[in-house]
Design a protein around this ligand. Structure first.
Ligand SMILES: Nc1ncnc2c1ncn2[C@@H]1O[C@H](COP(=O)(O)OP(=O)(O)OP(=O)(O)O)[C@@H](O)[C@H]1O
Length: 228
């Protein structure tokens, strides 16, 4: 069976600002199912720009992007939104939780939006995710009653609600202390190794990156070490 989950083929991107600056230069690599991969590189080398393209949110690029063997380039926004909701989970540096809803409701929202399960099933699944993340006891609180580390775990539970095949993180531990960084690292490793989900994480934390399965190092819009 083909184990490749995501394949980026010669992805290039330029900004016109007003002069043309090429930010990504023929970036190619692939990710397998169950791989936990980090992307590192100096500020401005193009990491977030690449992640934005791989997550299908930015469609203005050259090259190809396959997820589970399906080409994403050229698909319309509605199709891409479906892929994003169903296949991709996102965790950012800031959690973007809604304080007017409970923790449970925050986790449920992308599941309700996808609409494939009944609200009861989504709730059941949200509680399962909160249990996996060790925060089920906080389910009925507002996010603003939680610590920073707990909030980030809620954001991860929310990213997991639709059982995505890939979880992408843009500095997901950038705002956390050492202890909470460790907790998030262990959760990500568990998702890869026990649940065979693929993790792709942009980080400035070299100690974090060194413990992932593979490091992709970027420099000036190119990949230096695709095989790690
Ligand atoms: N909308 C835009 N218009 C013009 N230039 C942009 C735009 N977005 C990003 N850039 C430039 O693209 C380059 C790459 O940015 P990107 O955010 O991908 O870098 P990064 O490696 O993620 O950096 P950091 O580690 O600081 O987050 C930077 O030089 C940035 O200034």
């Amino acid at each position: 069976m083909n184990n490749t989950l995501l394949q980026a083929s010669a992805i290039s991107k330029s900004f016109h600002d007003p002069q043309t600056i090429q930010i990504l230069k023929e970036v190619s690599f692939s990710l397998d199912r169950g791989e936990f991969v980090s992307i590192i590189g100096k500020s401005g080398c193009g990491k977030s720009t690449l992640l934005y393209i791989l997550s299908t949110m930015d469609t203005d690029y050259e090259g190809g992007l396959k997820i589970e063997g399906r080409e994403m380039k050229g698909r319309d926004e509605q199709e891409l939104a479906e892929v994003r909701n169903e296949k991709i989970g996102f965790v950012f540096q800031f959690h973007y939780l809604l304080n007017e809803f409970t923790v449970l409701r925050n986790v449920m929202l992308p599941g309700l939006k996808l609409g494939k399960l009944s609200p009861q099933e989504v709730e059941h699944r949200a509680i399962e995710k909160l249990k996996i993340l060790g925060i089920a006891e906080e389910a009925l609180k507002s996010p603003n009653q939680l610590s920073g580390g707990q909030k980030q775990r809620v954001a991860i539970a929310r990213a997991l609600i639709n059982d995505p095949v890939i979880i992408m993180g843009d500095e997901p531990t950038g705002n956390l202390d050492k202890k909470n960084t460790e907790i998030v690292f262990d959760i990500f490793r568990e998702l890869a190794e026990s649940y065979h989900q693929t993790l792709l994480v942009v980080t400035h934390d070299n100690a974090f990156a060194e413990r992932t399965h593979r490091i992709i190092t970027m420099e000036d819009g190119m990949i230096l070490s695709p095989l790690g």
